[in-house]
Every structure is written in C-alpha cells, then in structure tokens.
Design a protein around this ligand. Structure first.
Ligand SMILES: NC(=O)c1ccc[n+]([C@@H]2O[C@H](COP(=O)([O-])OP(=O)(O)OC[C@H]3O[C@@H](n4cnc5c(N)ncnc54)[C@H](OP(=O)(O)O)[C@@H]3O)[C@@H](O)[C@H]2O)c1
Length: 298
C-alpha cells in the first residue's frame, strides 16, 4: 500500500487530503508545528522516518496581501520550501506533488490559461509560488505541479466563510465584479491530488479548479442564495457589484484567472463538477459539521 506524506496538513487542502485519502493509500499528516518544509534537517528526518512514496505539499504562505509586506516569509515557505522538498525527495526516489496557484498569471490573456502558457505574476505571492514551481522542476525528478485557484472549504478562512459571516450581520455588501476565476472546493482538489498520484505516469504542470467561471460578485450571490435555501442564512443581504478599483488591496490580482483543465480531465477521465454544485456540497458539509458540533456541546 503506497504512503503519502501530507505537508501543511492543518490547512484547507491538507485537512481534505487526510479526509479523502483513498482506502488503498496510507498517509502521514504533518502540520506546520510538526514539520517546517523550509527546514532541510527536519524534512530529511521526517522523510527518513515516514518513508513515503509521495509527498503532497499543501503547505504555503497563502495570505496574498500580507505577502506584499512580508515577501521574505512568503519566499521562504512558497519557494524555499518546495526547493528543499524537491531536492530531498529526489535523493530518496520519492515523488513530489507541489500545489500552486492561478495567481502565477497576470490575467491579461482573457481566455483560460493552459499549463504551457507563460506565467507573469502581478504580486509577491504569485512570484513566490512561481519560484516554488521553478525550484521543484529544476531539481529534476518528475514532480507534479498542480495549479488551482479560489480555494474554499469548511476549514480555516476563505471567501465563502467570510461572506457567510458578513451577510449574517450586514444589510449590504459590495463585492468585486470585474475579476473572473473559478472557485475550487478543497475536497475536489484533494481528490484530484490523489488521482494524479494514483495515475503514476503524471508529471509536469496540471491545472484544476471546479468547472465553469464567475466573478467574485457572482460567487457571493450564489453563496447567499444557496445559504438561504439551506437555512444557513436568515436574511438576504443586498450585494452591490463594484469594480476592483473601488476596493483597493495591497496586492494586485489578475482580472481573469480561469484555468484550462483539459490535460487533468483527460488524465483523470472526468471533468469535475460545476462550481455551483460544489458550493452546495461544501455548504451542506459545513452545515452537517456545525450541527454535529452543536450536538456535542454539553
Ligand atoms: N486558498 C486559496 O484560495 C488558494 C488559491 C490558489 C492556490 N492555492 C494553493 O493551494 C495550496 C493549499 O492552500 P490552502 O488554501 O489549503 O492553504 P492554507 O489553508 O493557508 O494552508 C496552508 C498551510 O500551510 C501551513 N504552513 C505555512 N508555513 C509552513 C511551513 N513553513 N511549513 C509547513 N507548513 C506551513 C499553514 O500553517 P499555519 O496555518 O500554522 O500558518 C497552513 O496550515 C497552497 O499551495 C496554496 O498556495 C490556494
């Protein structure tokens, strides 16, 4: 039975990787406090102790705006980390799956980005993730680079949970309508990681998100409507579409970052579900989890 070492196991994807681990795989899950991926001594020791066939690196510095003021920290986690993992994996004949981002693109293309399209990150986060991809590829071996975007889950902080929180207490919210991408439920992303590792022959750059495309405004409307239907929200906040220019952030974001998933779909033999179905499934998962949590309260 093959074994995978999951790095960044406390994050959204890390937790979903553990929850979706196929029956014919074993996994060792390491949170940041158990394994710092940029510390070569720690990584070497853990690889020797766990002896995995694959390392799935879900660890990252994902605070896109904070990366602008902390570029060294972003670089340490997102570039040095994958470099350390890649080099130490090759020495031990271990395969590496490195997760990356749609923010390696500048968004100017205006049509879905294929894995071979030229990256041109707009900010420090995208630059650090691209450096991580390059380091993993340059180390040799046969790494899998899996780019994704707009990740959410019931774990941690993300756009869906922020919208639910704000819509519960505010009558009106402004949401950016001129940035287009595709939401990705971390559960489907985790299953894609396992699928690529299972495939065995996969190597190089792959793209994955849920199917379809939308703006942040469209995403917020779908969150509101689905949450109202499921009873997760009691009131329908008014959502105002605004241009990104009216919501300045430290990091510039691509106006269009839809990923072309043709290669991954062909490799895995399925197209994945539309983002609205995945959103409904995640909100159902969140609701069940909250209900179980309430039952367990004394
Ligand atoms: N979230 C998105 O919207 C998004 C979009 C595109 C691509 N991605 C990519 O998808 C992957 C998974 O993202 P996610 O949303 O699951 O991220 P996440 O929830 O922020 O989880 C990242 C995890 O990495 C851990 N970490 C940070 N520094 C580390 C280090 N030096 N060593 C080991 N672990 C460390 C974090 O620990 P602490 O919590 O203790 O800091 C956190 O648990 C990442 O590669 C990310 O770049 C994410």
């Amino acid at each position: 039975m093959p074994k995978a070492l999951i790095c960044g196991a406390g994050g959204q994807l890390g937790q979903e990787l553990a929850l979706t681990c196929p029956k014919h795989w074993r996994h060792a899950s390491m949170t940041r406090s158990m394994l710092d991926i940029a510390d070569a001594d720690q990584v070497a020791r853990v690889l020797d102790e766990t002896a995995p066939a694959w390392v799935i690196n879900a660890a990252a510095f994902t605070a896109v705006d904070a990366a602008e003021s902390e570029p060294e920290l972003a670089h340490r986690v997102n570039a040095k980390g994958p470099e350390v993992l890649a080099q130490l994996c090759i020495e031990r004949d271990i395969r590496l799956l490195q997760v990356s981002t749609d923010f390696v693109f500048d968004g100017a293309q205006g049509s879905p980005y294929a894995p071979g399209d030229k990256p041109k990150p707009l900010g420090a986060y995208g630059r650090s993730k691209l450096a991580g991809e390059d380091a993993a590829l340059a180390a040799g071996g046969r790494p899998v680079i899996l780019r994704t975007g707009w990740v959410y889950s019931r774990h941690g902080g993300n756009f869906v949970k922020t919208m639910l929180r704000l819509m519960a207490v505010r009558d009106q919210l402004s949401v950016v309508e001129d940035q287009v991408g595709t939401p990705t439920w971390a559960r489907g992303l985790a299953l894609t990681c396992w699928g690529l590792a299972d495939h065995g022959d996969a190597s190089g750059i792959y793209h994955w998100s849920d199917a379809g495309a939308c703006s942040w405004y469209d995403f917020a409307v779908a969150i509101r409507e689905t949450a109202l239907e499921l009873g997760l929200l009691r009131q329908a906040a008014t959502l105002l579409p605004i241009p990104a220019s009216q919501y300045p952030t430290p990091a510039q974001r691509p106006a269009y970052s839809v990923l072309d998933k043709t290669l991954t779909r062909k490799t895995l033999g399925h197209s994945g579900d539309h983002w609205t179905s995945q959103l409904r499934a995640m909100l159902g998962d969140l609701q069940r989890h909250e209900q179980q949590h309430e039952k367990q309260q004394p």
